[in-house]
Design a protein around this ligand. Sequence first.
Ligand code: NAP
Ligand code: SF4
Length: 674
Amino acid sequence: MTTPYPHLFTPLDLGFTTLRNRILMGSMHTGLEDAGNAHNRMAAFYAARAKGGVGLIVTGGFAPNQESVVMRGAALMNNEAEATKHKVITQAVHAHGGKICLQILHTGRYAYGVQPVAPSALRAPINPAIPREMTEDDIARTIEDFAVCAAMSQLAGYDGVEIMGSEGYLINQFIARRTNQRTDRWGGAFENRIQFGLSVIRAVRERVGKNFILIFRLSMLDLVEEGSSWDEVVQLAKAVEKAGVSLINTGIGWHEARVPTIYSAVPQGAFSEVTKRLMGQVQIPLITSNRINDPETAEGILAGGHADMVSMARPFLADADFIIKAAAGRADAINTCIGCNQACLDHIFNGQLASCLVNPFACHELDMKIIPTDVPKNMAVVGAGMAGLAAATTLAQRGHKVTLFEAQHRIGGQFNYAKAIPGKEDFSATLRYFTTRLRELNINLQLGRHITADDLSSFDHVALATGVVPRTLTLPGITHTKVLSYSVLIEHPERAGKQVAIIGAGGIGFDVAELLTHGGAKGREAELDNYRKQWGIDVNYTNNRGGLVESLMPDSPREVWLLQRKSGKPGDGLAKTTGWARRLLLQKRGVHMLGGVEYLKIDDAGLHIRINHEERLLAVDNIIICAGQDSQTELVAGLIKLNRAYTLLGGADLATELDARKAIWQATEFAAKF
Ligand code: NAP
Ligand code: SF4
């Protein structure tokens, strides 16, 4: 079979073993590692991805000793009993022709809930604990712990290990002067600072022998002050090759860096050029990573000689069958990761199991399944937003006959607004995916249909996913022509003047502020350039360390006020892993973010507010209302009258704090159990 992605599907010969394609499923902490029935659940999770065609999987990080854990109670791999438990994982992956490496992760000063250790007693900005400086004995013991961890992984049947040497974890902490102020043989000159990592590699290689994959995750762009220079990156790469590494994987940005490197606003493949700089400097294959989420981008990176392999992680949460779909030329059927972080990283930071906004089955392989129905029904789904689409496709997959009604002439509901926000363009991939699924599942899609309850009388059951309407306010002057709802503004941003006030600083208020202040040239190359400039990233390392330079903001086309009634900073309620970057971006663009605002009236002069007991006029051209939504449930009364069974889903059920994740998950769960 010919594939549209010849580079992706060229096997990679490592001498002692061959990888079936050029795609690595990158390491992700999913929380399964620490959950009940952990090993069976991990086996099911990884086996599904191996069955889906992944060439090489890297597990989430396992600690080599107690002080190196991500958080108290997190999983270790340090003895035979642990190794035995992992056999179910490796056997399940091998049964599907896949290969799997265990990631050895020593967090150093990032260890949470335990006394961290580090090269020097310097606190990380993202951890309240001050680490204890490692003694010579600590260092020797830790190197041995890495070697034991690798040996146990081999015993467990893993095909190799990945040694985490980037993202600001322990090995990286030794490498960078920022975190290593030692004066002994492990500190001082760069040659000394890399000795800890090299000693780990040599000890691991010696313990596991030649025929075992050894990946080193090397920080190619630290994005922190006093990070490595490019010459040092090259020097380290050559040294790790000599020490016995089989593959070098790219690490981008320390966890404490104030530069976003993976969420949706980071342009696709934004960092592959960094890996490309290292191509030819070493003989072993190089893997590139970060924001690669479709086969086209991945193929382009390989074809352009940027790397020998591509790593994708979250795309395999979104779709376990990504690779077999790509191989079969069915890229339009891939459920694409949209880089939102909402159900993966945000869950992990909230102590929850990771999953995926667009694929609630991820990490629930054993407890959530689509089982064909014994009693097929004639189902109506009303509303083709996220809830309606998820319900319709899951019901149809189970064997129900489904008709999907949508009043607009397009599917997607509120997602159509999201995808129009700069940096959220990937959201359109979810609509492409659902369009394909509706077709594949023969769902009767009726667009542009304003239906009544009577139109639904012949159906066995009605799923009402009619969504939300933007909330209207009762403020004096609310009907003034200056006032626009967010739905109108997003569709017609050209209607906004030079000075704009936004009422409501929730997710949509932030989206609108980003849209209104987005400056600079448009197009893929220009957006990549904008992103690098506004976050101060220099992939060419021109006279700097860590690839960090002063940020340069394109001029904002408008002056914007983002307002909320609550006291405190707007944006406090935004998601943990993306909220900080969104707040910082708007700060850089000069947006005035005000909390504790009382709205008084709107008139020709602008928006009158009271703040800190003082009245103020914001002399704005427009006021955009982003004050949440109300449920749209107008069909309910008619259905009750007809005695027709119905279920409310998504925003029609609960508009408060609704988001796409809740809508998709609630609707999928309903349809999977109906
Ligand atoms: P939201 O997050 O509930 O925010 C509504 C905003 O309006 C709040 O700032 C609220 O703050 C203000 N507000 C509420 N009632 C008001 C009233 N009567 N008068 C004046 N202000 C009022 O709603 P949203 O921004 O529309 O977002 C809807 C859902 O989509 C949310 O769950 C959100 O998380 C999700 N979403 C997520 C993202 C994302 O990137 N993850 C993006 C967009 C939307 P005060 O009450 O303090 O004024
Ligand atoms: Fe990607 Fe969002 Fe799913 Fe995470 S939750 S895997 S970022 S789509």
